[in-house]
Ligand binder design. Structure first.
Ligand SMILES: NC(=O)c1ccc[n+]([C@@H]2O[C@H](COP(=O)([O-])OP(=O)(O)OC[C@H]3O[C@@H](n4cnc5c(N)ncnc54)[C@H](OP(=O)(O)O)[C@@H]3O)[C@@H](O)[C@H]2O)c1
Length: 373
């Protein structure tokens, strides 16, 4: 019999990308799906390939949720916090699949990224695991990119600088970025279209606007257009942002590495004004000196989604950009070279779609593993 699956958060960025993939891969035909909402109870559910999916159910109604075999949520941590524990207290024994960070640190959950930790996932399911979280977007993308070096146990330490797209902060952030771009453009439109435009005047107007109280009040936030923000998520109180501490914790949890084998990871995470896809620059300390040719072979052989970009100017600027990978499952990997730090150090730069491998695809794949049980 088909499993009863409740989908919460399907309207949001991660949820709608996930739904699109599920339709494309014909996953909906394998399950009995019900759509839930936190804000539109009683509205019509989605219409997919001319099939209507009924009225939206209340995502907080525990009596409705308890009937489900699997709950798939892309709603966010606040929702999970409010519902998950109460549902388990009521004795619900179903599978919970979650895009948010809420349960990633929970000892009863595992973080899923099956091209990297398939055996651990299966072992955990056999041991009774019922709670599955998707990893942090940059962590999952890093593991997809550097998986070969991790699986060969070649990595000692990594320092990562991230360049994270606006959409990483949800639907509203894309809207904010576009509105800001529009306002900035409008403010200099006349001048920019003159043949003898004054670039200094344009730059002055735009820079003053970005700093103005009016602009800050309009968005109630730091501008992202023409800017960057070197802090993502809350303050961890130790000099790190919450986003930065996820790197080491989640990597070691996904790889199921015990204390002595743990890989050290440190980072600075930055929000940039790209729309979609997260980029990351790595400085990697290997456990031994390996030729770059061999490093590339190990990286390429790990999974079929990696696309290696030659470390030349023309290949890099043409092919190693967020716009080249947006909306695809490819993991771009370039700038691989030995570092001046020493012969065990290499650098690399990777880009992947954070809404696919960084969020929705690992969830879609664990759903497919669970519905076959
Ligand atoms: N964005 C990423 O790149 C990313 C990557 C990895 C993990 N995550 C995690 O995934 C979770 C969901 O993130 P998200 O980026 O998908 O959040 P989001 O786009 O802000 O959507 C979250 C929810 O907001 C509600 N909503 C209200 N107004 C909406 C509108 N106009 N359009 C669409 N939805 C609207 C929807 O719920 P109702 O239908 O119930 O109202 C929707 O499911 C978060 O925990 C996030 O941390 C995100």
């Amino acid at each position: 019999m088909k499993k009863k699956v409740g989908f919460i958060g399907w309207r949001g960025l991660v949820g709608s990308v996930l739904l699109e993939r599920m339709i494309f891969k014909n996953d909906l035909s394998k399950i009995n799906i019900k759509f839930f909402t936190t804000s539109q109870v009683g509205h019509n559910g989605p219409k997919i390939n001319n099939k209507k999916f009924g009225i939206l159910e209340n995502a907080y109604d525990l009596h409705k949720l308890i009937e489900l075999d699997i709950i798939l949520t892309c709603q966010g941590s606040t929702y999970t916090e409010k519902v998950y524990f109460n549902l388990r207290k009521l004795g619900w024994k179903g599978f919970w699949i979650d895009a948010s960070s809420c349960l990633r640190t929970n000892k009863n959950s595992i973080i899923v990224l099956d091209p990297v930790n398939y055996n651990f996932i299966i072992e955990s399911i056999n041991n009774g695991c019922k709670t599955f979280s998707g990893g942090n977007c940059t962590v999952s993308l890093m593991l997809m990119a550097l998986g070969g070096l991790f699986s060969e146990n070649l990595i000692k330490k990594i320092f990562v600088s991230t360049y994270q797209a606006a959409s990483g902060a949800g639907s509203n952030y894309i809207k904010k970025l576009l509105l800001e771009m529009g306002i900035l453009h409008n403010s200099v439109e006349k001048e920019i279209n003159k043949n003898n435009f004054s670039i200094l005047k344009i730059e002055n107007v735009v820079s003053s606007l970005l700093k103005s109280k009016k602009f800050l009040r309009r968005f109630n936030d730091v501008p992202l257009a023409g800017n960057l923000i070197p802090w993502i998520d809350n303050d961890n109180g130790d000099g790190n942002s919450k986003e930065e501490i996820k790197g080491e914790f989640e990597t070691n949890k996904i790889l199921n590495l015990k204390f002595l084998d743990k890989v050290i990871i440190d980072s600075i995470c930055v929000r940039v004004s790209t729309f979609r896809c997260h980029s990351q620059s790595f400085l990697i300390e290997l456990k031994k000196n390996i030729f770059i040719k061999e490093v590339k072979e190990i990286l390429c052989n790990h999974n079929k989604w990696i696309k290696l970009i030659d470390n030349t100017k023309s290949d890099t600027i043409a092919n190693l950009t967020p716009s080249m990978v947006s909306g695809t499952l490819k993991i771009l990997l370039g700038r691989i070279k030995k570092s001046n730090f020493g012969n065990k150090y290499i650098t690399a730069f990777s880009i992947g779609d954070q809404l696919l491998w960084g969020a929705s695809e690992p969830l879609r794949r664990i759903l497919n593993i669970l519905i076959k049980l």
